[in-house]
Structure formats: C-alpha cells, structure tokens
Write a protein of this length. Structure first.
Length: 495
C-alpha cells in the first residue's frame, strides 16, 4: 500500500460544493500530526480550519492560496511513513488517485499532438512532453477522471501537475537530460515571498483582500516585505499613486450627451463566498414567501433603567449587557405565548418547532451572516448574554462554523447599531419571522399626560403570511413591545 496519501477537500456540510483556500498553515517538508490544522478554507458560509486526516510529512500542496477548489478534489499529499526512507517511484501519488502503472501509454503520435495551454493562474512547467533521462517520455498529467494524454487539459485555477513518466514506444537516441517542470513554491501560513518562480504573487490573505477592495493588481507590484513579499503599505501606496497619476477625464457636454468614464474608475468585485450565498438566499426568500412587515414604536425608558441596575450587580459586572439582550429575551418569551411564529412552511404542512435556534444577524468583513444560538429558549438570561457575546465575537473574527449558521428558526437583526430607526427585513430561508430592532433614541413622548424626553425605539417585524396572519403577527409584536416597555411587570405576568 502506498505510503503517500492524497487528502481531498472534505464535505463541509449544508450543501456546500466548493471552498476557497485562504491560507496554508503548513508547507512542503513539514512534519504534521493527526488532526493538526493544515489549511484555512472559506466557504459560502464561513472560514474554517481543516485538520489533517493523517500524520506524516507534507509532500505536496496541490493548490495555491486564493484558489477555489471543489469538494472531493485533492488538496495535499502526505507521506504517512516519513521514517521509512526515500520514496520509490511506484509510491509516488498519481494525479488521478490511481497507481501510475494504470495510466494509459500514449503513442508517439499522440504525444506529438499534445497541446497544453496553462490555465489562468497556473505556473507553466519547463517540460510538457519529450525525451527524459533513461529513454522515457515525460507527459504532463492533470487531475480528474483518467483520460489519454491527447485529451488532458489543465483545470482552471489548479497548480500544474508534476511530470509522470511512461515507457516510450521507440527507444530514442541518446539526448541530453531535459529540464524538469518548474517547482511550485509552497505557500506558508504567512504567505511570504515576492513574485515567485512561475508568476505566483506571494502576499498574506489580508493583503490580497485589501488589494481586491482597492482594485490593485498584485502582479504589478514589487514587494518591500521579507523575501520581497507584498505588504499593506505597498498596496496602499499603489492605490494612492494610481489615483494621483490618473489622467483627468474631460467630457464635453453637448445637448443630452452624458460624460464618458474610463474603466479605471470602475471597480469590479467578484460575487462569491458569503455574499453569493446571501444573494441567493435573499432572492429565493423574497420571491417565495409572501412577506408582511408591521411596525411598533416602544418607550424603552424602564428597560434601559433595568439594564443599568443589572450592570450594577456584582455577578453581572463582567458580562456584556446591551438592549439587544432584552430584545432577545422578549422574543423568546413571546414565542412561548405564540408558538406558531416559530415554524416552517413545508409545502403540504407547517412544521412548528418546540425549540428556538435564535439567529442574530451580524455584519462582518466577509458580508452578512446569521449564526444562531441553539435551543436559546432553555438558557437563563446570563447564559443567553454569554452566548450572544461569544456568537458576535466569533462572527467578527470570521470563525463561525457552518454548523452555527444552520438550523435557525427565528432571527433578530439589530439595525440600531448603525443609527437606523428600523427596516423591513427579508426572512432567512425556512423561517417564518424576523425582527428588526432599531436605534434607541431620546425623543419627546407623552408620559403620564405630559410630554417628556424618553428612550424610544421602533421595531419592525417581517413574517411569512402563509403561516402568520395579521392577528398573530400583531399579537406577537405587541407582546415584545410590552416586555420592552416594562420588563419587570412582564416577567411577573408571564412566568
């Protein structure tokens, strides 16, 4: 059995079919342990670290950082017995997952007809086909189903495969050894290095993202970092320089003629990852579930005072306490009074759930994500506060797992943190209600017959009208408002 094992990109769940390699956490030659994180991959839902399936020595990294790889595609080769001595040729991993001896032997004519054009982002090898030492013929082989050499084409975005040798049908005359394929530098965790052999631009993932946001082509820069790596300062200088040196665009307006803008004043952002999934989900939900939105303005003065008293308690001094915590508690209590709100439309039936996986919409650098707190209705207020803090911190760090973003049943979106009064949120797919919590502002309010300054907010509840009619939606929203208007009285009356 071969000691070299290829590790494929695993199924990350929730129907995800591909992932983008953000950064390699190991490099060729590293000795790794079982379950050691080896690569950070961004899916349409989260950035996750994938652990090693075997212990051993890293023999090869098949894809550079920034490459989108399909599930089931080899990403790394590991020598599972590095102490056994030098590798024999038969043990070298094949590019198809089959032993090298199973590859078809091409004819001289088919070899001569091979036309290989490196795909975008690939390093062009020094040898495509021809005589090699020992009277053998080198053939470039890519990944995928086993095919003949004449049909082989490099896959877009993939690192070029190594040369695999097969016996030549006719013994050639003695020739000088041909050059071997250019080595592909293995990116490390920090992605150091300038423009490597073959044109690979080496820069850290945050630098790549910054360059993408600013519209800077990394391949045109000369890095000033260690070993010539491209730094944030290099990208920022290039961006500012491009703006400073851009030629002014002069347009002569005649009649209704509009000014013409050059391509250098347009930014094109690829739609992928979280943004792509969000767009698909929102479009599907908006045109599938008939949305209705209701609004309620609430005097939260008593609730804000209750929060101040809560912060002053000794056991709560190290806990993050915010108005969103009371909103979450109000939603959970209102669901107990109106369980139909926590349900899913399943075509010929409505599935009412006795648990609440409470989603909290979070704006991150990667886009909008909605992780959820599992079975939030069973948590105490202190446990709910800790869960919400951990959920937001993990989301901001980009470490939310796909499991944390699946299975949500009811969602809160806190638009108030952006200074917005409220909104008409779109339902996450599979959910029947979502609450928008607006900013808490000091506003004039009639209180006990007099106009006084009070702490006021506006709530916006969107719901699926197939499940929730106007009466149910109004009662659910009214109960949330009653709790926020007087939390202590609501708790005494409802529990």
């Amino acid at each position: 059995m071969s000691r070299i094992k290829e590790f494929n990109l695993p199924d990350l769940g929730e129907g995800l079919t591909e992932g983008e390699i953000l950064s390699w956490l190991v490099k060729v030659g590293d000795v790794i342990e079982l379950n050691q994180p080896i690569v950070e991959v961004e899916t349409a839902k989260a950035a996750v670290e994938i652990p090693a399936k075997w212990a051993g020595r890293v023999q090869r990294l098949f894809h550079p950082e920034g490459t989108t790889v399909e599930v089931g595609t080899p990403i790394i080769a590991i020598d599972t017995d590095p102490d056994a001595g030098p590798l024999d040729t038969p043990d070298t991993p094949s590019t198809t997952g089959q032993p090298n001896g199973d590859l078809p032997t091409p004819s001289a004519a088919s070899l001569a007809a091979v036309e290989v054009a490196p795909a975008e982002g690939m390093v062009e090898p020094g040898l495509i086909g021809g005589p090699a030492p020992g009277g053998r013929t080198a053939v470039l082989v890519g990944y995928g189903p086993r095919t003949t050499a004449a049909k082989r084409r490099p896959r877009k975005g993939a690192v070029p495969a190594q040369a695999v040798t097969t016996p030549a049908p006719v013994a050639p005359a003695p020739v000088a050894p041909a050059p071997q394929p250019a080595a592909v530098p293995a990116p490390g965790r920090n992605g150091q290095g300038g423009t490597a052999a073959g044109g690979l631009v080496l820069a850290k993932p945050p630098v790549r993202k910054l360059a993408k946001d600013l519209g800077v082509d990394l391949s045109t820069l000369t890095g000033s970092g260690p070993l010539g790596s491209i730094t944030r300062e290099d990208v920022q200088q290039a961006a500012s320089g491009a703006v400073a040196t851009a030629e002014p665009i002069t347009a002569t307006v005649v009649g209704t003629t509009a000014p013409s803008f050059g391509a250098d004043r347009e930014q094109r952002i690829p739609v992928k990852g979280v943004r792509k999934l969000t767009a698909e989900n929102m479009s599907r939900s908006a045109f599938t579930a008939p949305h209705v939105t209701e609004f309620l303005t609430v005097d939260m003065t008593r609730a804000m005072k209750a929060l101040d008293r809560l912060r002053g308690r000794r056991e709560w001094r190290d806990v993050r306490v915010s108005p969103l915590l009371l909103v979450a508690k109000a939603v959970l209590l209102a669901v107990k009074r109106h369980p139909m709100v926590n349900s899913t439309w399943a075509g010929d039936e409505i599935v009412v759930k006795e648990y609440v996986n409470l989603g909290i919409a979070a704006a991150t650098e990667r886009g909008l994500i909605v992780p959820n707190i599992k079975d939030a209705g069973r948590l105490t207020l202190r446990e709910l506060a800790d869960a919400m803090t951990g959920l937001v911190q993990t989301a901001k760090a980009g470490r939310t797992s796909p499991a944390d973003m699946s299975g949500g049943t009811l969602t809160i979106t806190n638009v108030g943190v952006f200074g917005v009064d409220t909104g008409t949120p779109i339902l996450p797919p599979g959910e029947s209600a979502i609450l928008a919590f607006g900013a808490v502002r000091e506003m004039p309010w009639v209180h006990k017959g007099k106009v006084r300054p009070r702490q006021v907010t506006t709530l916006g509840l969107s719901f699926d009208h197939r499940i929730i009619d106007g009466e149910l939606g109004s009662k659910f929203l009214r109960d949330i408002g009653d709790f926020l208007a007087d939390p202590e009285a609501a708790l005494l009356a409802w529990t």
